[in-house]
Ligand binder design. Sequence first.
Ligand code: ADP
Ligand code: MG
Ligand code: MG
Length: 257
Amino acid sequence: MTTLEIRDLHVDVAGSDTDAEPIHILKGVDLTIESGQTHAIMGPNGSGKSTLSYAIAGHPKYTVTSGSITLDGEDVLEMSVDERARAGLFLAMQYPVEVPGVSMSNFLRTAATAVRGEAPKLRHWVKETKEAMTELEIDASFGERSVNEGFSGGEKKRHEILQLGLLKPKIAILDETDSGLDVDALRVVSEGVNKYKERENGGVLLITHYTRILRYIQPEFVHVFVGGRVVESGGPELADELEENGYVRFTGAGASA
Ligand code: ADP
Ligand code: MG
Ligand code: MG
């Protein structure tokens, strides 16, 4: 069993100009995720959800000023980005980056080699990727294309979930994997996440703006995220309340999600 524990996490982001003051975004986040659990983090735009995911993954622009992140007691904040991935943390980014000149198949094999500590045997690897791509309804020709270059929003998200299925992390952070997906793509992507959960008994942190994806991927825990921290935690009924009333109760009258 794996536990990701986040305690009183405070994070600054560097301003866009080199001489700009850092901005204090996360203001004391507490969260514990265990294997087999699905946690949804729901919050309005700009509340710091992506900042939380970047801080966990180790993005250099985000500075942890206090608090802790541990994975089975190991200090995640002491680890490099690579070490975090090898330790079993995975982030599907809200805006996946394009990597011109690097083919999908090369990228995936390199990532799998880095995470597994040895290159997957070619014959197994071909079979493994083929099956994973079929499940996600990704055309085989995508293997030869540059990573995310010219991909539609839905194709990028499928590619993120393809990585999830192949890298088999212990804890997966999915940042707005639902945004920009039509209903068919949402179903395929959600099935991919649910298969990962079943096969790996992974812990999932599902960051989302909308309740729609929660019909496909069911969380046991729902956290409302406002102003850089978790302001309320509960079960699925909390998502139902958000669906009905939005974030007004948490952000103050007149505010909207
Ligand atoms: P969310 O994912 O909930 O929409 P974000 O974490 O993306 O929120 O952003 C939280 C706040 O931090 C926003 O006000 C955003 O403008 C600011 N912010 C995030 N990243 C940066 C950055 N790299 N440079 C400047 N401001 C940033
Ligand atoms: Mg946003
Ligand atoms: Mg975001």
